[in-house]
Ligand binder design. Structure first.
Ligand code: GMT
Length: 376
């Protein structure tokens, strides 16, 4: 098949997942065309059957807000026609599903068609999509897609509750990991990274937006650090990084906290981590938590949204109420201070991630979905 993929190309789980999916589909013989404003961050410069089409937005001075959605629709239309796409797969509804709708309407003028698949990732439904300025068009664009998928059962339910989507059915296809990449044994040099081998490394990876509660990450670590030597590694960047850095200085633990900024390949870092912290206010799935689990890193996080579907409480990690940093610190210490418990959880995490979220099985689900859409 010839498949178009539109996603946010900068850091974020939806862009990471869309890119991994595109690369896996190309490896299976499909032709994959990424259509977005920048080369997706996880996409290497060349791969057979993978093409990148940049969306350029005219910045005419009259435009206080350059209309990216329109430029994207035009580029989608061009690529669909030139490369005879069978399917256009939008990751994150806003504005991608809307641009896809426009591209398809333009195609119909020339008596052609394309099947549109929209994958909902989380904040496109739980936060942004419910904002009154976007809600009706988000619902409209989702309902005009031929197939709609959500990355968790939680998100499927939220979508139906938020939009009362009567005219649409939402299929759950979870996020996935490549078990060969997220594998402790595949990164033997990791042991020498970040801290001396005997010091536990706690890790957090995100876009540092408010929903991630990164200040909580620092507070949880501070309580752990009171009891045992440890290091906190913060990977990523975003609006709340300054607050997290300030909190580390205020609590006097900044010497034990490393802010690494944005890093494309996180698997070698995860291979050195002993515990992953994800105390988000809301999380439709938590791809970074899955990447940690697959790397044999137990997760302590909040009992919120899709995290309950990814982490098996007491087996692969611990979940606590949102904002309860004391409970999360206790849970972290409970795992870190007991070597046998850590080993059991680490093994269970790596095995469970492989059993339920392996790339091969999930990519096959998408392939079947495309086939059904095209055949419909
Ligand atoms: O808004 C965000 O937090 C970013 C968004 C994204 O585009 O990466 O994250 C969402 O999609 C990820 C990939 O499916 C999920 O793993 C995240 O849980 C989800 N974020 C939230 O629900 C907050």
């Amino acid at each position: 098949m010839n498949i178009g993929i539109t996603c946010y190309p900068t850091y974020g789980g939806s862009g990471a997942l869309a890119t991994e999916l595109g690369m896996a589909l190309a490896a299976r013989g499909h032709e994959v065309h990424f259509i977005t404003y920048k080369q997706p961050f996880r996409l290497p410069s060349f791969l057979p059957r993978v093409y990148f089409h940049e969306v350029e937005v005219n910045r005419y001075p009259l435009f206080e807000f350059p209309p990216y959605d329109l430029a994207l629709a035009v580029r989608m239309h061009e690529v669909i026609v030139e490369h005879r796409l069978d399917v256009l797969h939008c990751h994150y509804a806003i504005p991608h599903a809307t641009s896809a709708f426009l591209a398809r309407e333009m195609l119909r003028v020339g008596k052609r068609d394309i099947k549109v698949v929209t994958t909902l990732h989380g904040t496109d439904i739980t936060i942004v999509g419910q904002d009154p300025s976007y809600q009706t068009i988000t619902k409209f664009s989702i309902e005009r897609s031929d197939r709609i998928t959500a990355v968790s059962e939680f998100l499927r339910r939220e979508t139906i509750a938020a939009f009362g989507c009567t005219g649409c059915s939402v299929e759950v296809i979870p996020n996935f990991i490549d078990p060969e990449v997220y594998d402790r044994a595949a990164h033997p040099r990791a042991a020498t990274l970040l801290a001396p081998p005997e010091i536990p490394v706690l890790m957090h990876i995100s876009n540092f937006r408010a929903v991630k509660r990164v200040v909580d990450v620092v507070r949880i670590f501070a309580r752990v650090r009171e009891v045992m030597p440890a290091v906190l590694v913060m990977v990523g960047d975003g609006p709340d990084r300054v607050d997290a850095e300030l909190e580390a200085r205020t609590l006097g633990i900044d010497g034990d906290v490393q802010f690494l900024g944005k890093i494309d390949a996180v698997a070698p870092l995860l291979a050195r981590a002993n515990l992953f912290l994800l105390p988000s206010r809301s999380e439709s799935f938590g791809l970074s938590a899955l990447e940690a689990l697959a790397s044999g890193v137990p997760v302590v996080g909040s009992r919120a949204g899709g995290l309950l579907e990814v982490i098996r409480e007491g087996e692969t990690g611990e979940l606590c109420p949102v904002g309860d940093v004391d409970a999360m610190a206790e849970a972290a210490l409970g795992i870190l201070r007991d070597g046998d418990k850590w080993r059991t959880m680490s093994d269970a995490a790596a095995a469970d991630a492989r059993a339920r979220f392996s790339q091969d099985a999930v990519v096959s689900q998408y392939e079947k979905l495309y086939e059904r859409a095209v055949g419909a």
